[in-house]
Design a protein around this ligand. Structure first.
Ligand code: IPD
Ligand code: CA
Ligand code: CA
Length: 268
């Protein structure tokens, strides 16, 4: 069983409340698939509504904490040492297409360090949580990163840039090399869930570039508390600044990092 701090209970309550709205809206989105215009505006509204619920719940419980939110941006708090980092709907493209693979992501930063993280898939009702020094949990069951040591036996997740986003060539270069070495590659569509899956040992490793802090803040502590390693793509701890992320157990983190590095070196 996990022992929550009061802050984690607050995060869980906020996520569950927002999730009820997302569950309802997701049902509606599935109906809207058949309309020609599709559910795009509806999804934007669902996203904003979820963020508002989380913002209200957390502000009520912890007045003074600051916020960094995907939709609402930065909200300064009187308490400068605490900040919530929130993505109310990670996996928007999946949500929009009726694919039940998306999440709510809430991270808590104290003095610039992530001390708690929650990633919740409202459809599968899987709640991943972690607090510094307390381990990582999935629905109250302790989770750990996978123990595999060979890339050839590993399932590795990644992100690919959507239409109109930069760096398609870079991804093609990296994917080509990774595909040649691993058992399988997955592109699931929610960076927060990708990290949660690494923490739970479902994915052996994961990498992606150009992410925002709200995509990864909660997932980073999940992986670390599950015994895994996380860095940016150059092996440094600047994930929130560079937007690059590389995660796995110690061995696969290093091996995947080497493959990615080599992918960008000209053949000699
Ligand atoms: C996206 C997802 C996706 C990742 C994108 C993110 P959103 O977040 O995490 O997996 O590849 O880069 O922007 O837009 O669905 O919140
Ligand atoms: Ca996101
Ligand atoms: Ca989002």
């Amino acid at each position: 069983m996990s022992r929550h701090t009061p802050s984690m209970s607050v995060m869980v309550a906020a996520a569950r409340k927002a999730a009820r709205g997302l569950q309802r809206d997701f049902g509606e989105v599935e109906n809207l698939q058949v309309s020609l215009k599709g559910p795009a505006n509806f999804v934007t509204a669902a996203d904003k509504k979820a963020e508002k619920v989380i913002f209200q719940e957390l502000s009520k419980a912890r007045p003074g904490y600051g916020f960094l939110m995907e939709e609402g941006g930065v909200v300064e708090g009187a308490d400068k040492s605490h900040r919530w980092i929130i993505d109310p709907l990670d996996g928007t493209t999946n949500f929009l297409h009726g694919i039940p693979m998306f999440s709510i992501s809430i991270g808590l930063e104290r003095e610039g360090q992530i001390v708690a993280g929650l990633v919740y898939n409202p459809i599968s009702d899987e709640m991943f949580i972690a607090e510094k020094g307390q381990g990582a949990f999935l629905n109250d069951r302790r989770i750990r990163v996978a123990a595999r040591r060979e890339l050839a036996q590993s399932v590795v997740a990644c992100g690919t840039p959507d239409l109109g986003r930069p760096e398609h060539e870079r991804y093609l270069t990296e994917l080509r090399q990774v595909m040649l070495q691993v058992a399988g590659v997955r592109r699931m569509g929610s960076a927060a869930l990708d990290l949660a899956y690494v923490a739970a040992g479902r994915f052996d490793a994961y990498w992606e570039a150009n992410l925002a802090p709200w995509d990864v803040a909660a997932g980073i502590i999940l992986v670390r508390e599950a015994g895994g390693f996380v860095s940016d793509l150059s092996g440094r701890e600047d994930m929130l600044k560079t937007g690059g992320i590389l995660a796995g157990n110690e061995t696969l983190h290093r091996q995947l990092g080497d493959v990615l590095k080599k992918a960008h070196k000209p053949a000699v």
